[in-house]
Design a protein around this ligand. Structure first.
Ligand code: NAP
Length: 267
């Protein structure tokens, strides 16, 4: 690892591009080399934008182990730690090692199609399983090989603690402190009638559990959506979802508090 190499990524908002020019200048003044190409040798990744830009950086860098600092430029910015006007203060703290690291666990899935081919997907927020357009899906869901429910509805979402405040929260799922390592299985518009019986609330699973999802034959087309990235499959045989051993390291100021952040962004 090079202690003086910093990777910087940004979305294309004018405010983000201005912030990038400013921070590059500040970093170079402090003796850092800055590159816009991902290098695993860097000591720090800086991501400018909102949570969308943060997720894109995580995916483009293939879930890096390098600590990431998020700089918010006018978005919700749940992952992002600082605003543009805090950059100079941050640099002083960073150089002195005066910061903390928040570790975020991630989720992965293994998809098998009808020919037996295997595909992998990873998510920081979640992996969602849905049908095409407005069609309901019918999913046989097992936990560690034990059949739990035959779900019918729009789909299911397997959220990490970090993703609990994203799509999961809009679906009525619970907000989870990221210090708790779990997988939250949240129904998306579950049908619960005499024709179909599905859980209507989230299931909280320990991080060592494997969720296996088998779509019924009539569900010809299934979409796997990891952090908003959609992949369509025909005649899927099974989907296995587990907590991944990859973690994302977020740089936080020393006084960072998860619940204060929730309050400031949601209430
Ligand atoms: P987007 O549709 O442009 O933005 C979705 C919103 O979710 C943005 O306001 C984003 O914040 C926010 N967000 C993302 N991750 C978050 C987190 N961990 N906690 C709190 N808020 C978060 O899509 P995007 O920006 O590429 O983000 C993809 C994510 O959107 C997916 O992973 C999924 O969780 C979420 N999503 C939500 C819904 C819903 O709530 N109905 C539907 C589809 C997808 P910024 O404004 O800072 O970017």
């Amino acid at each position: 690892m090079s202690r003086h190499l910093v990777n910087i990524f940004t979305n294309n908002d004018p405010a983000s591009l201005d912030a990038m020019d400013f921070i590059m200048h500040e970093l170079i003044e402090h003796g850092y080399t800055v590159t816009r190409e991902y290098s695993p040798d860097a000591c720090l990744i800086i991501c400018i934008g909102g949570d969308g830009a943060f997720l894109e950086t995580v995916h483009n860098c293939d879930f890096p182990s390098t600590p990431i600092l998020g700089i918010n430029t006018g978005h919700l910015g749940f992952f992002q730690e600082i605003e543009v006007d805090q950059i100079s203060d941050f640099l002083e703290d960073f150089i002195c090692g005066d910061y903390t690291i928040q570790r975020l666990t991630t989720v992965k899935c293994l998809v098998e199609d009808s020919e037996g081919s295997i595909y992998h997907h990873e998510g920081l927020n979640e992996i969602a399983i849905k049908g095409r357009q407005s069609y309901a899906v019918h999913l046989d869901i097992s936990i560690d090989g034990i059949q739990i429910q035959k779900f019918s509805g729009d789909g299911v979402l397997c959220a990490t603690a970090a993703g609990s405040t994203a799509y999961n929260y809009s679906l009525g799922g619970s907000i989870v402190d990221p210090r708790i390592n779990l997988l939250q299985l949240t129904p998306i518009a579950p049908m619960n009638t005499i024709a179909y019986r599905s859980f209507t609330s989230s299931l909280m699973l320990p991080s060592d559990k494997t969720v296996t999802i088998i779509p019924e034959e009539r569900d010809e087309r299934i979409f796997i959506i990891n952090d908003g990235i959609e992949t369509g499959y025909r005649n899927l045989r099974s989907i296995q979802v587990t907590v991944s051993d990859k973690t994302i390291k977020l740089i936080r100021f020393k006084d960072y508090d998860f619940w204060s952040k929730v309050k400031s962004k949601f209430l």
